[in-house]
Design a binder for this molecule. Structure first.
Ligand SMILES: [Zn+2]
Length: 196
């Protein structure tokens, strides 16, 4: 694991998807947290354009940062759909800084949004594991459970054929709650940031 100087307000730690970057001190909204560093790739050069890894951060159609070396601490920052930081891309200087867009408390994981293209390509197929999406899933599961409970309740009330009335064939009480969707627990989000 790369060594982080003690004056920095973050550390690398376990997160839902593997490793992540966590605040160790309060970080004020607007503060630059860390720079996304690495070798600059020039996509007009065949050799550079051929580089493929999970840590590519595209700045312009021509320039991409290869942030795959371990000294690039920013590569540990995970995606979130409701992030507390953002990537501040300066095209002319070809620099990317990660900046807080909310006050971040010690212990909180630092996240930024990797962008729509990345989401569609890598996260949607396996299910995004960010806090916001996990919360949404939890809510849906709870609602499904409620619905199941209710439909079971009304089924009990109507149990048994009523005297003098034929049972309707093929009429089910509210169809069963949707099955839990499968989520891949082993998939570690690929992080080609070409699209962010
Ligand atoms: Zn998400």
């Amino acid at each position: 694991m790369p060594v982080i100087p003690p004056n920095k307000p973050y550390r690398i730690g376990r997160s839902r998807t593997g490793l992540g970057l966590f605040a160790t001190k309060p970080i004020k909204k607007g503060t630059k947290i860390i720079r996304y560093v690495g070798r600059l790739l020039d996509c007009t050069k065949e050799k550079d354009d051929a580089v493929e890894n999970k840590y590519l951060f595209q700045i312009t159609s021509r320039w991409t940062i290869d942030g795959s070396m371990r000294s690039n601490i920013a590569r540990y920052i995970n995606h979130s759909c409701k992030p507390n930081a953002e990537s501040d891309v300066r095209k002319i200087k070809r620099r990317v800084d990660i900046r807080a867009i909310k006050d971040i408390a010690p212990g909180e994981e630092i996240n930024y949004d990797y962008g729509t293209e990345y989401f569609k390509e890598y996260l949607k197929p396996i299910g995004c594991k960010c806090d916001s999406c996990e919360k949404k899933r939890k809510k849906l599961r709870a609602a499904a459970r409620e619905e199941k409970k209710h439909s079971r309740g009304s089924a009990e009330n109507n149990a048994g054929p009523k005297p003098g009335r034929r049972r309707l064939n093929g009429h089910k009480a509210n169809s069963a709650a949707p099955k839990k969707s499968k989520t891949l627990s082993t998939a570690k989000g690929g992080r080609s940031k070409r699209f962010s």
